[in-house]
Design a binder for this molecule. Structure first.
Ligand SMILES: NC(=O)c1ccc[n+]([C@@H]2O[C@H](COP(=O)([O-])OP(=O)(O)OC[C@H]3O[C@@H](n4cnc5c(N)ncnc54)[C@H](OP(=O)(O)O)[C@@H]3O)[C@@H](O)[C@H]2O)c1
Length: 271
C-alpha cells in the first residue's frame, strides 16, 4: 500500500473556501485530515499531530480593517506558529498558499506579508511547496460571492478599464494539484504559480458570467480607490483593486508539466 495514504495531513484555515473543499476531496481519496481552527491558534491548544506527514497552511487574510486581525498578525505570525508546530511534531513537509504576484519588489501590505511568510518557510529547513494562486474559483469562492452580491443590486462595478488579466483556476484542479504533491516529491522546495490554462480580462470574465439584464458600470480607478479606502461597504477593498490592477498572470505550463492532468479552462463565474 502507498505509505502516503495512511498518513495524516494537517490543514490550517480548514473552514475557509479552499480548506472546506480540500477536506472533502482528500476524504474521498482516503487521505485523513486534521483541521486546525482559528480557536486552536487563539488558545495555542492543538490536536495531536504526531501522525501527520504534511501541513497544508491555508489560514490567511486578504483584507484588513479596524475590526480584523492585521496581515502581519495572521499571514506572518501564524506562519511562525505553523513552522514551529511542524518542527515539534516531526512534520517534514509544508504546503503554503501565498498569492500570485508576490515578489521581493512587492509594495502592498498584503503582498509584503505573504512574501515575508514565504521567506520564513523557505528558511525553515522543512521541505516546502509554496503555491502562488490566482483567483481560485468554485461555487462559493470570494470573487463569485462578490459578483453575486453585486448582481442582487442589479449592477456590477468594473474598476478602471477592466482590461487587466486574471488566470483563474478551479478549486477541483487545486485539490488535484495538492494530491499530486502529497504523493510525490515533484513539488518539493519549489514556488509554483497556481494558475489555470486561460488568461482572461476581468471585464470579459464578468460579462460572460451575468445576464444582459444586469448593468455593468465602469468606475474610474481614482474613484474606486477613494471608495475602497474609506467605505467598508464598497464592492472592492484596496487589496482587491491592487490584485486586479496588478494584471498578474503566471506560468501554467510549469504546473501542467508537474501535474500531468488536464486543467479546466475557466471563462465565466457560477454567479
Ligand atoms: N481563494 C483564492 O482565490 C486565493 C487566491 C490567492 C491566495 N489565496 C490564499 O489561500 C489561502 C486560502 O484561501 P481561502 O480562499 O480558503 O481563504 P478564506 O476562505 O478566507 O479562509 C481563510 C481561513 O483563514 C482562517 N483565518 C483567518 N484569520 C485567522 C486568524 N486570525 N487566526 C486563525 N485563522 C484565521 C479562517 O478561519 P475561520 O474559518 O475561523 O474564519 C479561514 O479558515 C489564504 O491564505 C489565501 O490568502 C486564496
Amino acid at each position: 500500500m502507498n505509505k502516503q495514504l495512511t498518513d495524516h495531513v494537517v490543514i490550517s484555515g480548514a473552514r475557509g473556501f479552499v480548506g472546506k473543499n480540500l477536506k472533502k476531496f482528500l476524504a474521498k481519496n482516503n487521505i485523513h485530515t486534521i483541521p486546525i481552527s482559528r480557536q486552536n491558534f487563539k488558545n495555542s491548544k492543538f490536536p495531536s499531530l504526531k501522525k501527520a506527514s504534511h501541513f497544508i497552511h491555508l489560514a490567511g487574510v486578504g483584507s484588513e480593517s479596524v475590526d480584523q486581525d492585521s496581515f502581519v498578525k495572521v499571514n506572518v505570525e501564524l506562519t511562525k506558529t505553523v513552522i514551529s508546530l511542524c518542527k515539534k511534531n516531526n512534520i517534514k513537509n509544508i504546503f503554503y498558499f501565498s498569492g500570485l504576484g508576490v515578489s521581493k519588489n512587492s509594495r502592498s501590505s498584503y503582498f509584503i506579508s505573504k512574501f515575508n511568510a514565504e521567506q520564513l518557510i523557505k528558511k525553515s529547513g522543512l521541505r516546502y511547496t509554496i503555491f502562488r494562486p490566482s483567483y481560485i474559483l468554485g461555487s462559493d469562492d470570494y470573487l463569485t460571492k462578490n459578483i453575486s452580491k453585486q448582481i442582487l443590486k442589479k449592477q456590477i462595478l468594473i474598476p478602471g478599464s477592466g482590461k487587466f488579466l486574471l488566470q483563474p483556476i478551479s478549486i477541483d484542479d487545486v485539490c488535484k494539484c495538492i494530491t499530486v504533491g502529497l504523493h510525490s516529491s515533484k513539488f518539493s522546495n519549489k514556488i509554483i504559480d497556481l494558475v489555470g490554462p486561460r488568461k482572461i480580462t476581468f471585464q470579459k470574465l464578468v460579462t460572460k458570467s451575468v445576464s444582459s439584464k444586469i448593468k455593468i458600470k465602469k468606475i474610474n480607478l481614482e474613484s474606486a480607490y477613494k471608495s475602497a479606502l474609506n467605505d467598508i461597504s464598497f464592492a472592492y477593498g484596496v487589496e482587491d483593486l491592487n490584485i486586479l490592477v496588478g494584471n498578474y498572470v503566471g506560468n501554467h505550463k510549469k504546473l501542467q508539466n508537474l501535474c500531468n492532468f488536464k486543467f479546466q479552462k475557466i471563462e465565466s463565474l457560477n454567479a
